[in-house]
Write a protein that binds this ligand. Sequence first.
Ligand SMILES: C[S@@+](CC[C@H](N)C(=O)[O-])C[C@H]1O[C@@H](n2cnc3c(N)ncnc32)[C@H](O)[C@@H]1O
Length: 389
Amino acid sequence: MLPGAGALSFAFVFARWRDRLLANPALQRRLMALPPVRWVARRQLRSLFDLCAGFVYSQVLAACVELGLFSRLAGGPRAVNEILAGNPHGADLSPEALITLLDAAVALRLLRREHRDGVAHYGLGAHGAVIAGDPGLVAMIRHHRLLYRDLTDPLACLRTPPGGLARYWAYADGDDTGRLQPERVAEYTALMAESQTLVAQTVLAAYPLTRHRAVLDVGGGSGVFLATVAAGDRPPALHLFDLPPVAALARERLAARLPNGVRVGVHGGDFLRDALPAVADLITLVRIAHDHDDAPLAQLLAAAFRALPPGGRLLLAEPMAGTRGGERIADAYFGVYLRAMGSGRPRTRAELTGLLSGAGFVRVRERPSRLPELVRVLIAERPSTVKNT
Ligand SMILES: C[S@@+](CC[C@H](N)C(=O)[O-])C[C@H]1O[C@@H](n2cnc3c(N)ncnc32)[C@H](O)[C@@H]1O
């Protein structure tokens, strides 16, 4: 054991030593004379700068989306005057101001710049091309306005969320869910639907549903997950449960999304008050658990347990805290986002396993996900023999 280290791990002791070096400007100056150290130091500096400047980067992105730049440039590069012409959002923007934005976007690989006959033209960069092809991402970026507003004073937001995001996610706003009007759920339901296909494909690649007789997708939104299940081989019978106005949207939208002859049983209700229908041997919770604090989540898991037959399964899929390579997404982004929303938190696999076990589920195991940063998948079972109490 290292002197004075107590029971600390070697990695922790090394980190303390490194931190002391990094905090010593005189030593840093001497080390910068050594080329390999300089390389590491420059990388560290860039990464630290990115942290300081992240807000500016996301505002450049937001402004590009607001101007509709990615869709405008999808057809090929354009000069500044062409970008401004006929753009209602660019009406009172000077060419110089637009160039500032465009050059910032080039630096962030949102756009790229090339010269034709000596005139700068701007086209899509690698990130911009992805955004141009993904309306879900555009919708996600647009709704971040609310997050930025709530985070204007980050400490105040951590103490008491200002409520902008909670108003958007009506179920997190403490409203009586029985009285929710359709307009309170339409926007978030559309936003979720835009991003759900990729999530659904990732979940189904991790756990094909072919062994199941019937699935109930709880918090199923407008039904994109079930429509993706329906498009696969030998789909089970399909049921969806969500708040009544969301269930109404699902009834409307599913008709157009389902293959001929496939039907979905749509059930409206509040999973924190109403019993879940006992119609399926698999219940799915896709991007649901992280929206809720521990007590309501325990309530929901208990309701799912009651609705399953002995031997039935629960599938829980969402981004999880502590995912190697995904820490920024789950721990930093979702951690702060859900805190600002005022409900829920990203949980580690161990925390979710504990909550599932607490509700009576057994054999909780993880299925490998293609995109663990986006969604990880846990399967749990209701025991096939029920203990008499
Ligand atoms: C974050 S969205 C996820 C939607 C969908 N599963 C997906 O991955 O796109 C959460 C969903 O849970 C539903 N929900 C939230 N609280 C609910 C409650 N108490 N009862 C029923 N549904 C609820 C919302 O209406 C919403 O559709």
